[in-house]
Design a protein around this ligand. Structure first.
Ligand code: TRP
Length: 333
């Protein structure tokens, strides 16, 4: 039987090229080899944004449409919404009983969040009980399907380590070898920077969305930072000091194109404006089909909802099997 993969993403709204290149494209490849479970982590969103839920429903759909457009295939993978698989909440409860408090307290991400929250005013400037238990919830997400691998970014590896610890503890406490100790699988990260050269992020206003139109994308690319020392278009360029545009070429161009761009830039034969115009076209070529698919789903939102419903049902069947055994092992009535 194929080995299992579980991974999830918070419903943060429309996804950008950083998500696409760092995570989604990776998942698309994994579908070929593994039995994959991909879910929208809407409970995780509540751990920090329980008081900002107006866009939650739409954001679940936005994330799902970006996945589907990018090639996550509901025929191959199980695509579901976390909160539509209530078995996860029950598993979380059992796991919370056996997890020592100091295991969650030492979680590095939680410590960072605590610092950020403390610096804010208002209702959610406190760490809630739910946020505290966030790494245990993530453990339940993963163990719910007895995953073998969990594709994550480097920032999430500590959570998967905790998942392994909790799996081992469950096995010890209930004298079983029921849970696998899942391994983190690092996303082959193509770290694309934002248009300003900093990390690409929604809140930094420096991103290109998967769903941006060709016109918007072209316009955004024109605003990308280049070689700051270059003032006139026939000044000799320094591709390696070009802060954004040449880095994008290295991601989106062919070997041949990259070397042409380098040579022309160094010889002063290629102005930055022309260079970015061509780059915009290049990026648009890469995303043309994805955008078309995304537009299709936007116009067929019922199909998207159906996919989530079917996926969630499928996930519940698998989750139900595991939960029955867990209840049995814990010796629940
Ligand atoms: N914590 C992850 C994030 O913030 C999302 C996530 C939740 C996840 N549950 C998961 C990832 C289980 C992998 C497996 O990005």
């Amino acid at each position: 039987m194929a080995q299992r993969i579980v991974s999830g993403m918070r419903p943060t709204g429309k996804l950008h090229l950083g998500h696409y290149l760092g995570v989604i494209d990776n998942w698309v490849q994994l579908q070929k080899e593994f039995e994959c479970f991909f879910f929208v982590a809407d409970w995780h969103a509540l751990t920090t944004k329980y008081d900002k839920t107006d866009d939650l429903k739409q954001d679940v759909l936005n994330v799902t449409m970006d996945w589907l457009a990018s090639g996550i295939d509901p025929e191959k993978s199980t695509i579901y919404v976390q909160s539509h698989v209530p078995e996860i909440a029950e598993l979380h409860l059992y796991l919370s009983m056996i997890t020592p408090q100091n295991w969650v307290e030492r979680d590095p991400t939680l410590k960072d969040m605590a610092k950020i929250l403390k610096s804010k005013e208002g209702t959610n400037s406190q760490i809630g009980y739910g946020l505290m238990g966030y790494p245990v919830l993530m453990t339940a997400d993963i163990l719910m399907f007895n995953a073998d691998f969990v594709p994550v970014g480097i920032d999430q590896v500590a959570h998967v380590e905790l998942t392994r610890d909790i799996a081992r503890r469950f096995n010890n406490v209930y004298n079983t070898d029921f849970f696998n100790e899942p391994q983190p699988k690092l996303n082959a990260c193509s770290l694309i920077c934002g248009l300003d050269g900093n990390k690409m992020g929604k809140s930094f206003n420096n991103d290109i969305k998967i769903s941006d139109s060709a016109e918007v994308t072209a316009k955004k690319v024109m605003s990308a930072i280049t070689d700051r020392s270059r003032l006139r278009k026939d000044d000799l360029g320094h591709p390696d000091e070009c802060e954004v545009a040449f880095k994008y070429w290295k991601i989106f161009g062919s070997e041949e194109e990259i070397s042409t761009v380098r040579q022309e830039c160094e010889k002063g034969l290629r102005g930055c404006a022309q260079c970015k115009r061509e780059l915009g076209t290049k990026i648009n070529e890469r995303f043309a089909e994805i955008r078309e698919k995304r537009a299709y789903y936007e116009n067929h939102i019922d199909e998207v909802k159906d996919i989530l419903q079917t996926g969630s049902q499928k996930a519940r069947v698998e989750a139900g099997k595991i939960l029955t055994q867990v209840r049995d092992l814990v010796k629940m009535y």
